[in-house]
Design a protein around this ligand. Structure first.
Ligand SMILES: NC(=O)c1ccc[n+]([C@@H]2O[C@H](COP(=O)([O-])OP(=O)(O)OC[C@H]3O[C@@H](n4cnc5c(N)ncnc54)[C@H](O)[C@@H]3O)[C@@H](O)[C@H]2O)c1
Length: 253
């Protein structure tokens, strides 16, 4: 018996490092899955991986910057499974589009917001009626330790992730009485995103060297179990929280 038995979950960013690890873990815990990502090849990969392990998942190619494509994901979940219990907003665009604050352009900030807090809010709003109808929902958003620390050179990304934390807190206060709890996690996890440029490669080396656990955590083993817990019935009294899944890295200066 899995902790997500009988539940229907939408996962965005499902073809990426963390999304893929979460998709596998959610499937093993019994959830029916709608997997959304902009990468059709990546979605094919995770869907085939799940299929060969005996799990079914419905892939939907979706650019989260396009509201009509968000509608399609939500409509597919209702058409295929008739309900939505869990929304895991993991996708984020512009991860490699780094800039110092003085050089950050309006279009970089808009892109980070469109593919971060704006799309997360739209997914939440569109799932709300379905969760409200059953008096049950688990919403998990994805922020970053960088939004807490303000590390130099990631300005637009950090602002977008800060907004996601604020969005999470607002939903927790407005929707808690509906049986819907909303939390965010702040991962520091080895994924392909760290191969996207020199600045990220350097960050990965720093994490390897200084993580208090002595290692750089991985998506399936270290992150997905925490996200699966947030998605489970047992997390019903956890609301509006920001959970670092980072081995304690964020505590060091
Ligand atoms: N890995 C870390 O240490 C770390 C640290 C802080 C925050 N995060 C956050 O965790 C989440 C997952 O990151 P990851 O490390 O797995 O990165 P990743 O690059 O491996 O995965 C990101 C996924 O999002 C998808 N995506 C990007 N733009 C999209 C769009 N417009 N529409 C739909 N899908 C889109 C990509 O195709 C990819 O599959 C992101 O929100 C990221 O900001 C990760």
């Amino acid at each position: 018996m899995g902790i997500l038995d009988g539940r229907v979950a939408i996962l965005t960013g499902a073809a990426g490092g963390i999304g893929r690890g979460c998709a596998r873990r959610f499937a093993e815990e019994g959830a029916s899955l709608i997997l959304a990502d902009i990468s059709s090849d990546g979605l094919k990969g995770i869907t085939e991986e799940l299929d060969s392990a005996g799990f079914q998942a419905v892939p939907v190619v979706c650019d989260v910057a396009q509201e009509a494509q968000i509608d399609e994901v939500v409509n597919t979940a209702i058409r295929e499974f008739g309900r939505i219990d869990i929304l895991a907003n993991i996708a984020q665009g512009g991860i490699a589009d780094m800039e110092y604050l003085a050089e950050t352009s309006a279009s970089q900030l808009l892109d980070a917001y469109t593919t971060g807090p704006l799309q997360s809010m739209l997914f939440m709003q569109k799932c709300l009626p379905h969760m409200k109808e059953r008096g049950y929902g688990r919403i998990i958003n994805t922020a970053s330790h960088l939004a807490l620390r303000g590390d130099p050179g990631f300005a637009a990304y950090e602002m977008a992730k800060g907004a996601i934390m604020a969005l999470t807190r607002t939903a927790s206060q407005e929707w808690g009485r509906l049986g819907i709890v909303t939390n965010t996690f702040l991962p520091v996890i080895r994924t392909p995103a760290y191969d996207l440029g020199e600045q990220l490669k350097a960050a990965a080396e720093m994490i390897e060297a200084s993580n208090p656990t002595g290692r750089f955590g991985t998506a399936y083993e270290d992150c997905a179990p925490v996200v699966a817990f947030l998605a489970s019935e047992s997390s019903g009294y956890l609301n509006g929280q920001a959970i670092g899944v980072d081995g304690g890295l964020t505590l060091i200066a």
